[in-house]
Design a protein around this ligand. Structure first.
Ligand code: NAP
Length: 284
C-alpha cells in the first residue's frame, strides 16, 4: 500500500529518510528552507512543497529532521497540525522533546520523538535503528512506514525517553572514541603501526570489555560496588602510572584526566576497595 509522507528538512539525514521512503514506493512530499536541495528526490518522484504548511497539509505523517529544536519550532510557527502525526527526528534533549510534544498536542496533532541511531548511509538498510517515544497510537499506526527507514523501536510514552537514550548511547560512543584516540596516540609515539594495533589488539580487547558491561549495569542497579577484579585503589595507582607513561612518551592524556580525577576522589573518600562501578556515586 502506498502511503503519503511529508519530510521537512533535506539535509543529509532528511534526504536519506525521504529516499528510503521513495524507494519503497510511497508518495513523498518534501520541503527544505533553502532551495537547491532535493532535486534528485524530485527527479525520483517526490513532490516539492512551496511552504511548510503545504507540506504538512499533504500527508497525515510528517517527519521533521533539521538542525535543532529551535529550528523545528520556528518552522512550525502558525502551522495547523490537526489530525497530523509529527515525527521529530531532530537531535535534541528530553526537555525539548516534552516541550515539542505539548506544542503539537496544543495544535491538535499527535507526536513522536525519535533518536536516529544511524548515519545517513545506513538509512533503509539493516543495522539502522530509530528509537521512538511519545504517542503509542501514532507509533502503532505508522510502524510499517517507519520501519522502512530503520528498525523502529518504541521506548515509552514519555516523549523525552528517545532523546535520553539517544544521548546516552552517544555518550558511550564518545567515551569509546576518547579511549581509542588516547590508545592510538600512545602506540604511535613509538611508531608502532596503528592500523594493525587497532584491528588485532585494541578492538578484540574493547569487545571483551564491552561484554562485561551488562554485569556492571546489574551491579549498579543493585547498589553492589564490590569487585573480584582490580579495585579502585589498584586503579588509582595504575592511572597514576599511566599518566607518567603518557608524559614520558610525549603524549597528552587530556581525555583520560577526568576519569583519573574521579578515581582519586572516590578513593580519597574511603572507597578504595570498590570496583570501578562505584564511581557512579561521584556522578550523581
Ligand atoms: P545537515 O545536513 O547539516 O542539514 C541540516 C538541515 O537543517 C538542512 O535541511 C537545513 O536547511 C535545516 N535547517 C537548519 N536550520 C534551519 C532553520 N532555522 N529552519 C529550517 N531548516 C533549518 O544535517 P543532518 O545530517 O541532516 O542532520 C539533521 C538532524 O539529524 C540533526 O539533528 C542531526 O543531529 C540528526 N542526525 C544526523 C545524523 C548524521 O549522521 N548526519 C545522525 C543521527 C542524527 P538548509 O538546507 O536551508 O540549511
Amino acid at each position: 500500500m502506498s502511503n503519503s509522507i511529508s519530510i521537512l528538512g533535506l539535509g543529509l539525514m532528511g534526504q536519506a529518510l525521504a529516499g528510503s521512503l521513495l524507494d519503497a514506493g510511497h508518495q513523498v512530499t518534501v520541503w527544505n528552507r533553502s532551495a537547491g536541495k532535493g532535486d534528485d528526490l524530485v527527479a525520483r518522484g517526490a513532490t516539492r512543497a512551496a511552504t511548510v504548511a503545504e507540506a504538512v497539509a499533504a500527508s497525515p505523517l510528517v517527519i521533521v529532521c533539521v538542525l535543532d529544536y529551535v529550528a523545528v519550532h520556528a518552522l512550525l510557527t502558525d502551522v495547523p497540525l490537526d489530525g497530523r502525526v509529527l515525527v521529530n527526528l531532530t537531535n535534541g534533549r528530553p526537555s525539548e522533546a516534552r516541550e515539542t510534544a505539548r506544542l503539537v498536542a496544543g495544535r491538535g496533532g499527535d507526536y513522536l520523538d525519535g533518536g536516529v541511531m544511524a548515519v545517513p548511509q545506513m538509512i533503509g538498510n539493516p543495522g539502522a535503528l530509530i528509537l521512538y517515544s511519545g504517542s503509542q497510537a501514532a507509533f502503532d499506526g505508522h510502524r510499517d512506514t517507519l520501519g522502512i527507514m530503520a528498525e523502529p523501536r518504541f521506548v515509552g510514552a514519555d516523549p523525552g525517553l528517545a532523546p535520553l537514550l539517544d544521548l546516552a548511547m552517544l555518550t558511550g560512543m564518545y567515551g569509546q572514541f576518547a579511549g581509542v584516540l588516547e590508545a592510538v596516540a600512545l602506540v604511535a609515539s613509538e611508531k608502532v603501526p596503528v592500523v594493525e594495533f587497532t584491528s588485532t589488539l585494541l578492538v578484540p580487547w574493547l569487545n571483551a570489555m564491552a561484554s562485561t558491561m551488562p554485569r556492571l549495569a546489574e551491579q549498579i542497579e543493585a547498589g553492589d560496588y564490590s569487585t573480584d577484579v582490580s579495585n579502585l585503589e589498584i586503579n588509582r595507582v595504575g592511572a597514576a602510572g599511566l599518566m607518567r607513561a603518557f608524559e614520558e612518551q610525549g603524549v597528552k592524556p587530556d581525555l583520560l584526566l577526568p576519569l583519573k580525577a574521579i578515581i582519586d576522589q572516590r578513593v580519597a573518600r574511603g572507597h578504595g576497595t570498590e570496583g570501578l562501578q562505584g564511581l557512579i556515586e561521584e556522578l550523581r
